[in-house]
Each structure stands twice: as C-alpha cells, then as structure tokens.
Design a protein around this ligand. Structure first.
Ligand SMILES: C[S@@+](CC[C@H](N)C(=O)[O-])C[C@H]1O[C@@H](n2cnc3c(N)ncnc32)[C@H](O)[C@@H]1O
Length: 185
C-alpha cells in the first residue's frame, strides 16, 4: 500500500465511502445542477459529516454551493467571500464579504473547520496561494471544486506531497470535489 493510500485509509475524519454515495434531500439536489452536478452532492455529505462550527467559502457567484453547505451545517457560522458583489443571492444567515480573498485573508483571525474553495480561474498559482495562506494558517479541512478538470487537482497533490500533516481524497464525479484534512494528534 502506498503512503498516500495508507494515510487516506487511516486518518480520514469521516466515512469517505458514505460521503461518496450519500443522496441529499430534494431541496438540496436542486442546487446540485450545472457545473455542480456530481460534486455538490458529496459537498453536502462531507459538510454534514464534518459538522463544522465555522465555514468559509472562497467564491460565491450564484451561492449554490453556499446554500448546499448552509443546509448541511445550519449550526455553522458561514462566511462567503467573492471579489464580485454577490450580496443579492447570499442566503439569510450567511455573511457575505465583498473582497478579493487575498485581502480578506489579512483580516481573518479565527480557526476554520471547513474551507470551501471555488474561485476562478482555478489556476495552479491561485490554488497554491490559497493553500499557503487560508489553508496553512486557519483550516482544519478544505474542499475544492473543479479538482478533476482544472489545474487545481495537480496543485493540491503537489502541495500535499510537501505537507505530511495533511491528507486528501477525491470525492467528486464530475468537475471534482477534493477533500483534504489536517491530521489531529
Ligand atoms: C465558479 S464561481 C463560484 C461558484 C459558486 N461556488 C457556486 O456554486 O455558485 C467562481 C467565483 O470566484 C470569484 N473569484 C475569482 N477570484 C477571486 C478572488 N481572488 N477572491 C474572491 N473571489 C474570487 C469570481 O468572482 C466568481 O464569482
């Protein structure tokens, strides 16, 4: 067994097989369409399973993913950040921050149980930037959309190879939903 397979099988904080096959309720499935189809179902399930108290989302746009995680974790303080003004579509109860996430990082102070990242242009440079700031400084777990169809996935694997305190696994079936988690002692 490879080291990566060993870490996945021994350290995952949630049941990954259950997350892969979970079926959200109909009101959630309505948000799991378009480019979120096949990926926002596991996003909902992994969020349910992690039971986060603090969620930060980078990339709001239509707030479909915002609604998915809000439904899965009604107990969580949810902040969603976008460089564009998405305030009109953010669901009640979530806090919208209209800013470049690189700037918002400088003002953030608290641990994040679940960071969800879905920012254009999904480049390796941008992904590595979020890894070295938001993830390294604040996150206990992070989920990434478009890990199968953009440079995001390769950037995550490269970063994980140099950060043995983290492991990860792909959970999506379309554009990708990569979950990574920090090992706890
Ligand atoms: C693919 S969309 C997000 C879709 C959203 N997660 C959903 O499910 O509806 C990508 C978003 O990233 C935002 N974005 C791009 N660069 C950003 C940055 N540096 N900081 C914050 N948001 C950014 C864009 O404005 C865009 O709304």
């Amino acid at each position: 067994m490879s080291r990566a397979a060993y870490l996945v099988s021994n350290t995952a904080p949630i049941d990954l097989a259950a997350v892969r096959t979970a079926m959200p309720p109909p009101e959630v499935l309505a948000w799991c369409d378009g480019d979120g189809a096949g990926d926002y179902q596991p996003l909902w399930a992994l969020t349910c399973a992690l039971a986060p108290r603090t969620i930060v989302e980078l990339g709001t746009r239509d707030a479909r993913s915002t609604r998915v995680v809000a439904h899965a974790a009604p107990q969580a303080a949810l902040t969603t950040i976008d460089i564009a003004d998405c305030s009109a579509v953010v669901p009640a109860g979530a806090t919208f921050v209209h800013a470049d996430a690189a700037s918002a990082f400088g003002a953030w102070r608290d641990p994040i149980d679940l960071l969800f990242v879905d920012t254009d242009p999904h480049s390796a440079l941008q992904t590595t930037g979020w890894l070295n700031t938001w993830v390294a400084r604040f996150a206990r777990a992070a989920a990434w959309h478009d890990s199968l169809t953009t440079p995001v996935g390769a950037a995550l694997v490269t970063w994980l190879a140099h950060h043995p305190e983290w492991s990860g696994a792909e959970l999506g079936t379309n554009h990708g939903m990569y979950l990574m988690w920090r090992h706890t002692p």
